[in-house]
Ligand binder design. Structure first.
Ligand SMILES: Nc1ncnc2c1ncn2[C@@H]1O[C@H](COP(=O)(O)OP(=O)(O)O)[C@@H](O)[C@H]1O
Ligand SMILES: [Mg+2]
Ligand SMILES: [Zn+2]
Length: 371
């Protein structure tokens, strides 16, 4: 059989396979079952959270031969041809390559003709924020009152660029980032079916690194699977491949910062430079670590907090939390987050990250009245 990339192979074909977005999916399903269907929909959210996927399922739901339904049958001609991308009345357009007013006029012209195959003629216009001002204006009128047989589904990764007049004419659905826990569980389940073994810790790292996008997670996974011929993947491979800083190194770096040992901090950076780790990822790992440390500090004040249940790593974090004030952790985070924002302005990333660490160093020195 022809090889299919995982993100396409795993693309959900009905609403029940969509991960996350529980309440949103319920709203969409109810609106279909109650036949309260808006003429124009707008999906917003970062890439890889399901905008195109949901739009395609919606197109099936509206055109299934069994009637408008939240559970398209996936067996009738209409469902099948939508899944194959061959349905004549489902028109997918990429606004990024059709920004001109002439392009949009051509699309609007074609709305005069009723559907050939289905109940509705559906236009999915992706990356809608790329349209020019004139194109948006041309769209406005039709979005408000399209012919009964037309439905518009707009999608964007950049809501701020969409005029309010467009947003207000659509049923706007925002798809938030998917939590890393949900992504990790999702990958786990999928891999079991593929009979590929990736340990839980690795999956957690992939999920964390995906920053809320399932597509990101699947792409990283694909890279990792290709890195080995046997069907098991270890944590070292993934750290090298994604270029991220692992738990042990992050802990060491945090320890060097908290103990104000700037030479050790710089040595750890030297080590990182020899691998494929990116400095921006070191900052991300460190911010996440300090956030985690804050939580440990808050929890350790609770009466029921029991250290003996923890792993060696947890105990190290707990001990570290005893050496630092909550207020100081927050100040480190502030410096790290602000520093990450300005990293791109540094002459090179290494200098940028060193300057950030110097700032924390200076903060501690001043606190101790040394500088
Ligand atoms: N919510 C989700 N549930 C399950 N899989 C998803 C979800 N979002 C994205 N995916 C996976 O990622 C791929 C890309 O998703 P897509 O819908 O094209 O993202 P978007 O249009 O938001 O950029 C899909 O083929 C699917 O495999
Ligand atoms: Mg898309
Ligand atoms: Zn059907």
């Amino acid at each position: 059989m022809e090889y299919q990339i995982l993100s396409n192979k795993w693309r959900p074909q009905d609403f029940n396979q969509i991960v996350g977005h529980k309440y949103i999916i319920r709203i969409i399903k109810n609106s279909l079952d109650l036949k309260r269907i808006h003429q124009s929909w707008l999906f917003s959210g970062i890439h890889g959270v399901g905008k195109t996927t949901i739009a395609r399922i919606l197109a099936k739901s509206l055109n299934c031969n069994q009637g408008i339904t939240s559970k398209p049958c996936r067996k009738c001609n209409n469902c099948i041809s939508i899944e194959k991308g061959k349905f004549l009345d489902f028109i997918e357009l990429d606004a990024a390559s059709r920004t001109r007013i002439e392009d949009i006029k051509a699309i609007l012209d074609s709305t005069k003709y009723p559907p050939i195959q289905g109940r509705f003629k559906i236009y999915l216009i992706d990356e809608i924020h790329m349209l020019s001002k004139n194109s948006f204006n041309a769209l406005l009128k039709i979005l408000e009152e399209p012919p009964k047989y037309i439905k518009f589904i707009l999608a964007t990764t950049y809501l701020k660029k969409i005029p309010n007049t467009i947003i207000s004419r659509c049923l706007h659905i925002y798809l938030p980032r998917i939590t890393s826990k949900v992504i990790s569980d999702y990958l786990n389940e999928k891999l079991k079916k593929e009979k590929i073994y990736v340990n839980k810790e690795t999956l957690n790292i992939i999920a964390w690194h995906a920053r809320g996008s399932i597509r990101n997670a699947i792409n990283t996974l694909e890279l990792i699977i290709c890195s080995t011929k046997d069907k098991t993947v270890d944590i070292k491979t993934i750290n090298n491949l994604i270029g991220i800083f692992d738990k042990k190194n992050t802990l060491q770096l945090a320890e060097s910062i908290i103990s104000n040992n700037i030479n050790k901090t710089l040595n750890i950076l030297d080590y990182a430079e020899q691998t494929s780790i990116q400095y921006s990822n070191i900052l991300k790992s460190l911010i996440t670590f300090f956030h985690n440390l804050s939580i440990v500090k808050i929890n350790s004040l609770k009466k029921e907090y029991k250290i003996n249940k923890f792993s060696q790593y947890d105990i190290k974090i707990y001990n570290l939390s005893k050496k630092i004030l909550f207020k100081d952790i927050q100040n480190y985070c502030k410096i790290l987050i602000q520093g990450s924002k300005y990293l791109k302005y540094a002459p090179d990333p290494r200098i940028g990250i060193e300057i950030i660490f110097f700032q924390i160093y200076q903060y501690i020195q001043e606190k101790n009245n040394i500088l």
